[in-house]
Design a protein around this ligand. Structure first.
Ligand SMILES: [Zn+2]
Length: 283
């Protein structure tokens, strides 16, 4: 658990390990360019495979419980990703219960973007229908991101593994979704900002408490990209834009000395960073 002044940030893991080949995740990545990075451990990269974790972050502050990102979920049809396809996935709700919480205790859900591994637990199957899991929560989604995926799903229902239909629309239909833009503040000391490139309307959450933190979703996926911030992922809609966003965010976090809290880093899931050569490294 990450403790900042007046709040805590706790990981809730859905998939403890999701492996993907270095060259598949980061096209053109040259393994030789990572040689000699003693801090880059086998928990992040081994045997040519990048090891990711798929998790949410639970922010607890007085009177407010916020879930950042909603992972893969259970029972979703994801035939192109066997690890995500029709999962039973009970570990996520068990992790929430271990925090002493039920889904109805969550006040706010913020999805950094609308990829299938960030919206899954927004809904669950009940009586053959997808219904909101977090029935009392305001679900904050970037307006630009929502409009992008709404259009993509209309053009091709299979876009984004079909997650707009099963994990986003039911929340909107229930009146629980609020489309927001940069500068929106979900709670005191918390602020959303645009971070486009991985997806068109990707947003991050700045936490201005204590040393500070940025919950930055998929601005970067792996510690590999600390060392090589110019390597964008195969899943970035605009790799050049993603590179600029990544570099600017990492430089800002290093300058402030706050915590970087991405969605998919190995345990504990966050780090502080400093500039190192052409890139960055954890401190
Ligand atoms: Zn992701």
């Amino acid at each position: 658990m990450l403790r900042l002044e007046g709040l805590t940030v706790t990981p809730l893991t859905d998939l403890p390990r999701f492996d993907i080949a270095l060259g598949t995740l980061l096209p053109g990545a040259d393994p030789a360019a990572l040689a000699g990075l003693g801090w880059l451990g086998p928990d992040a990269l081994s045997g040519g495979m990048v090891h990711l974790v798929i998790r949410s972050w639970l922010i607890r502050m007085p009177g407010v419980k916020i879930l950042v990102d909603a992972c893969v979920g259970a029972g979703k049809d994801r035939p192109l990703r066997p690890e995500w396809h029709r999962r039973d996935g009970t570990a996520f709700l068990a992790a929430l219960a271990a925090e002493g919480l039920e889904p109805d205790d969550i006040d706010i859900v913020f999805c950094t973007h609308l990829h299938a591994d960030h919206v899954g637990w927004n809904t669950r199957l009940e009586g053959g229908r997808w219904v909101p899991t977090f029935r009392r929560a305001r679900h904050l989604v970037g307006r630009r991101e929502y409009l992008h995926w709404q259009a993509a799903a209309r053009a091709d229902p299979a876009a984004g593994h079909g997650s707009f239909a099963d994990s986003v629309l039911p929340v909107m239909a229930a009146g629980l979704m609020e489309l927001v833009g940069p500068g929106f503040s979900p709670a005191p000391g918390l602020r959303l900002d645009a971070a486009p490139g991985h997806s068109p309307g990707h947003m991050v959450l700045h936490v201005d408490h204590g040393a500070g933190a940025v919950l930055c979703g998929d601005v970067l996926h792996s510690p590999v990209q600390l060392a090589r911030p110019d390597w964008s992922s195969a899943f970035c809609s605009d790799p050049a834009r993603a590179r600029r966003t990544r570099r600017a965010l990492l430089a800002a976090v290093a300058a402030r000395g706050g915590h970087l809290v991405p969605a998919h880093f190995p345990d504990p899931g966050w780090c502080r960073i400093r500039a190192d050569g052409a890139g960055f490294r954890p401190v």
